[in-house]
Design a protein around this ligand. Structure first.
Ligand SMILES: [Ca+2]
Length: 479
């Protein structure tokens, strides 16, 4: 019956049919082309806890970071990216909400994000509300650590469709190995271990396996994946193979000039805190931190391999960043919580498909608070609230642009505040609005910020200009 019906078509009908078919084919080709060009951009945000810019791609060849380096080589590396607060929770709360720390109201690790901001739409939440699958693997927000109800297993349910963190799940084998408490118990977190076993015996290795699985399972949907790596954050534990990149005794300590200025009283949280360490212990500390960097780098490598295998580069934005800087002996300090360059500046590497500036480094100044508006811009979403940063699209297209005029970082010392501004040449910092100290450093001559010029009359005009710049940056956040 069917054959008979088909045979009834005359030639004219057949020609019409062919014409329609060609039109349909042309339309469907167009639709496919449209689909390809308009495929939503996925987001993969890799946040490495306490990672400083001491990486091969930032010119430090003593550190073994081949995978971060290969991402940097194809992407854009920001030489001057600054966190808004040099501590985990305030920094992350800021860049994940597109607001400055004073605007979010979070300036310490002990304030849980949702207790302060129950209704604020976070960056992953915005993508989720726009149809993206969102997953958090490891530490993206700060809720699971230093939280009054520790061991929060489900982190930030408004933001994530799926969340997993293996923190605390180190295997029995991974708990063994050569190591040392560097302060005899005085500083409980200052200990290292070259652990037996491999990556999968450590929380970061377990999280990585889960991240690969999530990436594989959701590669065909629009996704926003936040992948947070715990190391090199203390305690300094990594599989022993990563310590082998750094022969014992070869660690070079920071070169602190003897004629440096007396620092502002509040610049370092506690001047004497690390005097307890011998040089041997300092070398062990730094070596173990570096082993943690190489461990984190290896996890990044597995994610990049998956990006290759799953052919995701054409439609996935990749951001790799630290959450703030870290001192390894600079200014006699072995931690974060400072607004020196070592504390405020952190790695930032951005892969943006089709952006003209890929494969280049930039000296343009950017702030972490710029990430939210950048992703909103590229994904074509509507910002859910007024954002404090600006899209870095112009820089991603042209890395020779200067970027923003200045970057702002703040830190608390009890109820005293340190506010700092960095422009292309100067860093200017006021403690308690200048009442407890002012600092001015010239990065053309003093990249380590050892010579405070603020009391030198020759620099009075510079101080005046920098003060204005500082006040401009914090006016908005004080309102
Ligand atoms: Ca951190």
């Amino acid at each position: 019956m069917q054959t008979k019906t088909m045979l009834r078509f005359n030639f004219h009908s057949y020609k019409k049919l062919l014409c329609c078919a060609s039109l349909l084919m042309a339309l469907s080709t167009l639709a496919v082309a449209e689909l390809v060009t308009e495929k939503p951009l996925n987001v993969l945000m890799i946040v490495i806890d306490d990672l400083r810019t001491e990486l091969n791609c930032y010119g430090v060849d003593l550190v073994h970071s081949p995978n971060i380096d290969r991402l940097a080589q194809k992407s854009m590396l920001f030489n001057h990216a600054y966190a808004q607060y040099p501590v985990c929770n305030p920094s992350r709360s800021s860049f994940l909400s597109g607001l400055r720390p004073d605007e979010v109201g979070i300036t310490s690790n002990s304030l849980p994000f949702r207790r302060i901001q129950p209704d604020l739409v976070t960056l992953p939440q915005l993508f989720r509300e726009n149809g993206y699958f969102t997953a958090g693997l490891g530490k993206i927000f700060h809720l699971s650590v230093d939280h009054p109800e520790k061991r929060v297993l489900f982190e930030e349910p408004q933001s994530w469709d799926y969340f997993f963190d293996a923190l605390g799940q180190t295997t029995k084998l991974g708990r063994t190995g050569e190591g040392r408490d560097l302060s005899g118990g005085t500083i409980p977190w200052a200990n290292w271990k070259a652990a037996e076993g491999g990556d999968s015996d450590q929380p970061d290795g377990i999280n990585n396996a889960m991240a690969l699985r999530v990436l594989e399972d959701h590669k065909d949907k629009p996704f926003f994946i936040g992948y947070g790596i715990h190391k090199p954050h203390d305690p300094f534990i990594a599989p022993k193979k990563y310590f082998e990149h750094y022969p014992k005794g070869s660690t070079q300590l920071a070169d602190e000039p003897e004629d440096r200025s007396k620092r502002a009283k509040l610049a370092i949280p506690n001047d004497e805190f690390f005097e307890i360490f011998t040089d041997q212990e300092r070398m062990e500390f730094k070596r173990a931190y570096q082993a943690g960097v190489s461990f984190a780098d290896a996890q990044v490598g597995k994610i990049l391999d998956a990006m290759d295998r799953l052919e995701l580069w054409d439609n996935t934005i990749v951001i790799l960043m630290g959450d703030h800087g870290y001192h390894l002996g600079e200014h006699d300090w072995w931690n974060k919580v400072t607004v020196y360059e070592s504390g405020a500046r952190a790695p930032m590497i951005v892969w943006m498909p089709n952006a003209a500036g890929m494969g280049q480094a930039t000296n343009a100044i950017m702030e972490f608070v710029d990430l939210y508006p950048t992703l909103v811009d590229y994904a074509g979403l509507e910002a859910p609230h007024a954002l404090s940063g600006h899209s870095i699209r112009p820089i991603l297209e042209n890395p020779s642009l200067p970027g923003k005029a200045a970057a702002y970082t703040q830190v608390n010392r009890g109820n005293r505040v340190g506010r700092s501004v960095r422009n292309a040449r100067w860093r200017y910092t006021e403690w308690d609005n200048g009442k407890l100290g002012i600092e001015l450093y010239d990065h053309n001559k003093d990249t380590g910020e050892y010579y405070n010029l603020s009391a030198n009359p020759e620099y009075a005009d510079i101080c005046k200009v920098m003060k204005q710049l500082l006040d401009q940056g914090f006016v908005a956040s004080e309102q």
